[in-house]
Design a protein around this ligand. Structure first.
Ligand SMILES: NC(=O)c1ccc[n+]([C@@H]2O[C@H](COP(=O)([O-])OP(=O)(O)OC[C@H]3O[C@@H](n4cnc5c(N)ncnc54)[C@H](OP(=O)(O)O)[C@@H]3O)[C@@H](O)[C@H]2O)c1
Length: 279
């Protein structure tokens, strides 16, 4: 198996590439500016040349707030980008894994969203990811769509924000009524590599277990586990400065192909992550 990973300098792309490397699976990464997914000729050229068996598509426009003022760019990168990547995959007979998000759901209610729940995007970014999912599903049969929760695993993540705020003696104002599924990107990468080793095509939900919580609760968890001191000011999501609506219920009902080890609990993932960044 030979794997091409797009968005390979981004958080999940980087971890998928490392995981593949660690397993001795031939792989290569591609990212902007070398490979812009909006440049279909460049995409076809690279995919034709490398001829992967699987493309793990992690390249995306992910600035949810900025997307509101750049809807065309966001749709071009995420929606049309996924369409181009699907066409490229079909040209060489590759399977495609699209990494997607809980934001494709409307976020009503308080039950975990099953894989079959209808789309209900609340913002421009979410709409573009719905377009990406629709593009993959309409063109391909040998695809995996893996939706995940709110990722941590790099210097810009919510865990490091809390640690930085504690160091700078700053308080943090965070939502106390929006539920997310914090997930360690490294755990997600393991599952992605397990999934692409199967022929279990379709939609999957991969996130750390027992982890649904609000950003304010997650920050308190980080404070408790790391022993730092930082004041968290909990506010309703609608009171935060961002004018972009995000689904209040980002719970994902876990669903992975048979035989794949379920993802560890969030508490365990956070312990391992804190250990890793404190080394
Ligand atoms: N982060 C999360 O919490 C989260 C949660 C759920 C799902 N996801 C999904 O995970 C995927 C990656 O998102 P992320 O938030 O982790 O983002 P990320 O770390 O910013 O990774 C995205 C990568 O895509 C690249 N990219 C942007 N525009 C591109 C273009 N036109 N052509 C080629 N590459 C381009 C970015 O490069 P530049 O940095 O140079 O722009 C970056 O390396 C997305 O599909 C997203 O829906 C993420």
């Amino acid at each position: 198996m030979k794997v091409l990973v797009t968005g390979s300098s981004g958080l999940p792309g980087r971890d998928v590439l490392r995981q593949l490397d660690g397993r001795g699976i031939p792989c290569r990464g591609a990212d902007a500016p070398e490979l812009k997914v909006t440049d279909s000729k460049a995409v076809y050229r690279l995919v034709d040349e490398y001829a992967p068996d699987v493309i793990v598509h992690c390249a995306a426009y992910t600035n949810v707030d900025k997307a509101a003022s750049e809807p065309a760019t966001c749709a071009a990168v995420n929606g049309s980008g996924a369409l181009t990547m699907s066409r490229a995959a079909l040209r060489v007979g590759a399977r495609l894994l699209l990494l997607s998000t809980a934001q494709v759901f409307s976020g009503e209610g308080d039950r975990p969203n099953p894989v079959s729940a209808p789309h209900g995007p609340k913002n421009v970014y979410a709409m573009s990811m719905v377009q990406a999912e629709d593009a993959v599903r309409s063109l391909m049969t040998r695809y995996y769509i893996v939706r995940t929760g709110s990722l941590f695993g790099n210097s810009k993540d919510p865990v490091r924000s809390v640690l930085r705020a504690a160091q700078d003696r700053r308080s943090l104002t965070l939502s106390c009524d929006r539920v997310v599924q914090p997930t360690w990107s490294k755990d997600l990468a393991r599952v992605i590599c397990d999934v692409i080793a199967t022929e279990s095509f379709g939609i999957w939900h991969a996130r750390n277990s027992r982890g649904a919580c609000t950003p304010a609760e997650f920050a308190e968890m980080v404070i408790k586990k790391s022993g730092v001191s930082c004041q968290i000011i909990p506010v309703r999501d609608a009171e935060l400065p961002s004018h972009v609506r995000r689904p209040l219920n980002g719970r994902l009902a876990a669903k992975l192909p048979d035989g794949i080890t379920p993802m560890p609990d969030l508490s365990d993932a956070l312990d391992r992550y804190l250990q890793e960044i404190n080394r």
